[in-house]
Design a protein around this ligand. Structure first.
Ligand code: PMV
Length: 329
């Protein structure tokens, strides 16, 4: 052996494969999107990252941020709310071509600071970062088209038939306009200037599905009134797209405020959403709105100056918040 004393010159380097994906926010158009109007969604400047390495006791998935360890065999895994994780992990292993005990002798650590269950696309970031890392480990990285298909199948484990927005944004990044239809369409929308956001969040008082169902029954009782509200949101989405492309942050802020008020009229906001929007407006935001389904969950505030006063105010009110920036990928 020719190695210098004290150096393990023949030790194989530890092999790892990694993958990352961002969370998302809906900038304009949630709920109206269910009724065929366009909406804008954008990748957050934070998300999740996965690291794969060899482990003879695998497959095992460690999720330190969510306090979970997932094994495919039965065991004392998982708290309530995370029951789908073993099936989602298995679906991702299959989609990455990792079949059989030898290929699956791995440990995956998936970490990041994206809170789950508040409408920030955490399950899509989970799916896309995991698939990127697993397919890299398998030596056959998935291209975007294959990743979109595979991530949708993992998302279905969590959400049944999701709209497809979350995993599309997690895969492609940047800002996308989407429109539902027999085949949903996604068009890239340029971001003229980075958008400084504070995202504040609180647990939902209900599920996103129930918020959507509640609006459906109110809309069915008074269709012409609600369709007008959805038309107004659709117009705000188009105006928001123009303001985003022009880098006009004051206009974007005013449009956030207007969109939030219409969502309130639709009955999908909640006391905590309104509290977070009011705090934002008092602490330097050019505008703020709920993002996603509402009924609690997340709020976005456009804060071009120092975000610290708002972050502290949200913390004092007992809720979570972080500052991030939206930009082209
Ligand atoms: O809370 P999220 O991010 O899952 O957003 C739901 C968006 C809705 O428009 C309310 C529903 C939908 O499927 O488009």
């Amino acid at each position: 052996m020719s190695g210098r004393p004290g150096l393990a010159s023949n030790a194989a380097p530890r092999r790892v494969a990694t993958g990352a994906a961002p969370g998302k926010v809906i900038l304009f158009g949630e709920h109206a999107a269910v009724y065929g109007r366009p909406a804008l969604a954008a990748a957050l400047g934070r998300g999740l990252g996965a690291t794969v390495e060899a482990d003879p006791d695998g497959p095992v998935l460690h999720l330190p941020a969510w306090g979970q360890t997932v094994r495919l065999r039965p065991g004392p895994d998982g708290r309530a709310g995370f029951e789908s994780l073993p099936r989602a992990f298995a679906a991702a292993l299959d989609a990455a071509g990792l079949h059989g005990p030898t290929a699956r002798a791995i440990a995956v650590t998936l970490d990041g600071a994206l809170p789950p269950s508040v409408g920030l696309g955490s399950s899509a970031a989970f799916a896309v970062s995991l698939l990127r890392a697993l397919s890299a480990w398998a030596g056959a990285p998935l291209d975007d088209a294959a990743l979109l298909d595979a991530a949708y199948s993992v998302e279905q484990v969590f959400h049944g038939t999701p709209s497809g927005v979350d995993h599309t944004v997690a895969t492609l990044g940047g800002c996308l306009r989407f429109q539902r239809g027999a085949v949903p369409t996604f068009v890239r929308v340029p971001i003229g200037r980075p958008v400084p956001l504070v995202v504040a969040f609180a647990p939902r008082d209900t599920t996103g599905r129930d918020v959507v169902a509640g609006l459906r029954s109110r809309r069915d009782a008074l269709p012409t009134v609600y369709e007008r509200l959805f038309d107004a949101i659709g117009e705000l989405t188009s105006a928001g797209e123009a303001a985003l492309a022009a880098g006009d942050l004051p206009a974007l802020g005013r449009l956030f405020d207007l969109n939030h008020e219409i969502l309130r009229a639709c009955g999908v906001s909640s006391a905590v959403n309104d509290e977070l929007v009011a705090l934002s407006r008092r602490h330097g935001a050019l505008g703020a709105k709920l993002t996603g389904a509402g009924g609690g969950g997340a709020v976005i505030a456009l804060v071009p100056g120092d975000p610290a006063p708002l972050l502290q105010a949200v913390g004092r009110a007992g809720h979570g918040a972080f500052a991030t920036t939206l930009d082209d990928p």
